[in-house]
Design a binder for this molecule. Sequence first.
Ligand code: SAH
Length: 386
Amino acid sequence: MDVNDSLNSTSTTDKPTKIRLECEDDEYIEDEIIEEAPTECSNLEEDSVMCMPDGSAIDGDKTSADYYFDSYSHFGIHEEMLKDAVRTKTYQSVIYKNPFLFKDKVVLDVGAGTGILSLFCAKAGAKHVYAVECSSMADMAEEIVKLNNFSNVITVLKGKIEEIELPVAQVDIIISEWMGYFLVYENMLNTVLYARDKWLVKDGLVLPDRASLHLTAIEDADYKEDKIEFWNNVYGFDMSCIRKQALSEPLVDTVEQKQIVTNCQLLKTMDISKMALEDASFTAPFKLVAERDDYIHALVAYFDVSFTKCHKLLGFSTGPKSRATHWKQTVLYLEDVLTICQGEAVVGTMTVAPNKKNPRDVDIMLKYSLNGRHCQVSRTQNYKMH
Ligand code: SAH
């Protein structure tokens, strides 16, 4: 899953390095697939039904959030996701290389979009697939299913997971591509857990079943200057009140591997098959040790997902050392520039929780300190993805 680049606030940028993902037209490839356990740094009107991730109804005038979710009605966002080959081919490999998981099984595709994952499952021998999609893309999915002669195997249901009635009491497998920027932005994980608790048979499968959030630190002087310090002096005027705002919004962008100054630290692992809703809010400690003398301008978060129930472990990383995905990375600029020497560590905690007023937004609190030879800093910074 993904958010629309045309949305204004959380900060996808037009940095010149913006990456366009092109889809190879060959058979599915395996080059970006993790075949071993991912390590810390291995390579997120009538016919426009709105779906809020918490299942709430939308009434009255549309808010920007409404337009945001309505964006899934347009093919553009699906094109971007489908062309993200790291993402789509990993799901395809998981399904095609493990037909024993799918044979004669009933599958629920949570947030089916164009129906791509349902089609993969049907082709792999699933007995029946329920493809649930709340945006009007569901109408297209229905047509696509017909066009490809899978109408007897795939049933498209248009509506919110939280509101639809499934024709069956239980399903054997839940598959979904629910991940947002910074993993949990958009809060669609709630929808998957809701479906799991309502319909998944005991010992059923959730695909993917593991997601983890990681943190590292980067040198990013030029871009911090351009995006943050810019506000200190705009044509001779002090606009530093906007600097504060800019600093509090994580930036979704690609980071180059050579910018990484420290190790990459695993912050949190989620077992989607077992976790509770509350586990998506957490405080995790980190220790980022400098691998060279450098300056640190930002911390960078990214996620990995894996499918541990496959014959061989499969998954992908959205980290800066892996091939880029449409999730890019999430950059959290620091108030201070940290002058760090090799071997010194930035230590702290990161607290992540859905915003209380708007659960689609994510509040992030970063506490960090560096007690180094050239720099002593201790600070708390609050960020909001919205
Ligand atoms: N499975 C598709 C689409 C993934 S994007 C693919 O892999 O390409 C996630 C989709 O979930 C979007 O199309 C969005 O409209 C849908 N969605 C989000 N919340 C939902 C909910 N509560 N109920 C049903 N669909 C939902």
